[in-house]
Ligand binder design. Structure first.
Ligand SMILES: Nc1ncnc2c1ncn2[C@@H]1O[C@H](COP(=O)(O)OP(=O)(O)OP(=O)(O)O)[C@@H](O)[C@H]1O
Length: 255
C-alpha cells in the first residue's frame, strides 16, 4: 500500500447507480485526502447529486465500492454513515420550519458518535450557531429565517454531527453577490479547521476560490480530474458545459 493510499479519507471506486435504463453514475472513481476542498462538477443531470447520494448512503450503489477511512461504507445505511463522520447539506434546503434554530441544530446531534443532551446540547448548539453567524437567531423558528440563513442553519446542523467529511450540494446557489462572498468565507473557515469538503457547485467563482482540485462528470462518467484551473481549461470539460443539457446517449450506450 502506498503512502497516498494510507491517508485517503474517501475512496470512490467504480461506483455505479442506475435508474431503470439510465446509468446516472457510471463506474465513478476518485479519492479525497484529509483537509482538501474538492469540487464535483458537471452540467445539469450529469450525476453529481446521485454521486453524493451514494456517498452519504441516501441511495444504494448498484456496483463498485466506497471506502471511508479505509472502511467499506457502500452497504451501510445513511445514519450509520453519518455516525462514521460524513455529513451533508441538500440542494433544496431542508430545515425543520416550526422548530427553533437551536432545536434544529440539536436534532443534528442525535446522529453524532457521542450524543449530547440537555444543557450541554444547548451550549454546543449555540457554539455552532455562532460558527455560522446565526447566534442571534437561536430562538427563532427556522421557517422565519431568510434563504441564506436557512442555508447557514443547515450547515450548522451538518456540523453538529462533528463530521470529518462534509458534502455540500450547491450550498452557494441562489445567493446574492454579498452573500456569496460571506458563504465562501464561511467554507474557507471550515477548511481552516481541518474539515474535508466535497462540493457540488455551479458557481465558478466559488469553485476557483475554494477548490484545489475538481472532479468533472458528464453523462454519469468522470471526464476529468485534477487541479481546478487545469481541469476547467480541459477541452472535454468545456465541450460538456457548452453542450448544455444531457442527451440520451448514455441510455443507448449503457442500457
Ligand atoms: N430518483 C431518480 N429517479 C430517476 N431518475 C433519476 C433520479 N435521480 C436522478 N435521476 C436522473 O439521473 C440523472 C443524474 O441526476 P443528478 O440529479 O444526479 O444530476 P446532477 O448532476 O446532480 O444535476 P443538477 O446539476 O441538475 O442537480 C438525471 O438524468 C436525472 O434525471
Amino acid at each position: 500500500m502506498t503512502a497516498a493510499h494510507t491517508c485517503t479519507l474517501l475512496s470512490v471506486r467504480s461506483a455505479t447507480r442506475r435508474f431503470g435504463g439510465l446509468v446516472a453514475v457510471n463506474q465513478l472513481s476518485f479519492d479525497l485526502y484529509p483537509g482538501e476542498v474538492v469540487g464535483l462538477l458537471g452540467p445539469n443531470g450529469s450525476g453529481k447529486t446521485t454521486a453524493m447520494n451514494l456517498i452519504s448512503g441516501a441511495l444504494p450503489a448498484h456496483g463498485g465500492q466506497i471506502l471511508f477511512n479505509g472502511q467499506p461504507i457502500h452497504a451501510l445505511k445513511s445514519h450509520q454513515i453519518a455516525r462514521l463522520g460524513i455529513a451533508r447539506t441538500f440542494q433544496l434546503v431542508r430545515v425543520l420550519g416550526p422548530l427553533s434554530c437551536q432545536d434544529n441544530v440539536i436534532a443534528g446531534m442525535a446522529f453524532k458518535p457521542r450524543p449530547l443532551f440537555g444543557k450541554a446540547a444547548a451550549a454546543h448548539a449555540q457554539e455552532l450557531l455562532q460558527r455560522v453567524g446565526l447566534e442571534r437567531h437561536a430562538a427563532l423558528p427556522a421557517g422565519e429565517l431568510t434563504y441564506i440563513d436557512q442555508k447557514r442553519l443547515e450547515l450548522a446542523r451538518a456540523l453538529a454531527l462533528e463530521p470529518r467529511l462534509l458534502l455540500l450540494d450547491e450550498w452557494l446557489a441562489g445567493l446574492n453577490p454579498t452573500e456569496l462572498q460571506q458563504g465562501i468565507a464561511l467554507i474557507r473557515q471550515l477548511q481552516g479547521s481541518g474539515l474535508t469538503i466535497l462540493m457540488v457547485e455551479h458557481v465558478m467563482d466559488a469553485v476557483h476560490a475554494l477548490c484545489s482540485r475538481c472532479v468533472v462528470m458528464h453523462a454519469g462518467t468522470r471526464i476529468a480530474e485534477g487541479a481546478t484551473a487545469q481541469v476547467l481549461r480541459d477541452p472535454e470539460v468545456v465541450r460538456a458545459y457548452l453542450g448544455g443539457e444531457e442527451d440520451d446517449s448514455r441510455e443507448a450506450a449503457h442500457a
